[in-house]
Design a protein around this ligand. Structure first.
Ligand code: ZN
Length: 109
């Protein structure tokens, strides 16, 4: 996938205009902690993530949460340069399909 194609995915996702800056909560089935996320870009986010605290499965509230919560993590669309260097083919596929990446807020990549 070249850079132009890559940027086009971002444009297509942005046109769906559903996701940007939305707050969501993932509740852990193991430690019961809640991870509050924000979608920085429009795109696809998973129904569950691995809990940042304990690594067990945390389930999405599918955005049925207060939009006033303060996020600790974000979903974002990486730059093309970053995407090209992702070793995991599965992760690259995820991004090619409009998927976003997950990180703790404050970590810049
Ligand atoms: Zn947990």
């Amino acid at each position: 996938m070249n850079e132009k194609q890559y940027q086009m995915i971002g444009v297509i996702e942005a046109q769906r205009a559903e996701g940007k800056n939305k707050i969501n909560v993932y509740s852990c089935l193991g430690c019961a902690r809640q991870t509050i996320t924000i979608d920085r870009d429009s795109g696809v986010t998973p129904f569950n993530i691995s809990c940042p605290s304990c690594g067990k499965t945390a389930m999405s509230a599918i955005y049925r949460v207060s939009q006033d919560l303060t996020p600790t993590h974000e979903f974002y669309r990486p730059s093309f340069a970053y995407y090209q260097n992702i070793p995991s083919r599965e992760m690259r596929r995820h991004i090619e399909n409009g998927g976003l990446m997950f990180r703790k807020l404050g970590n810049l990549k």
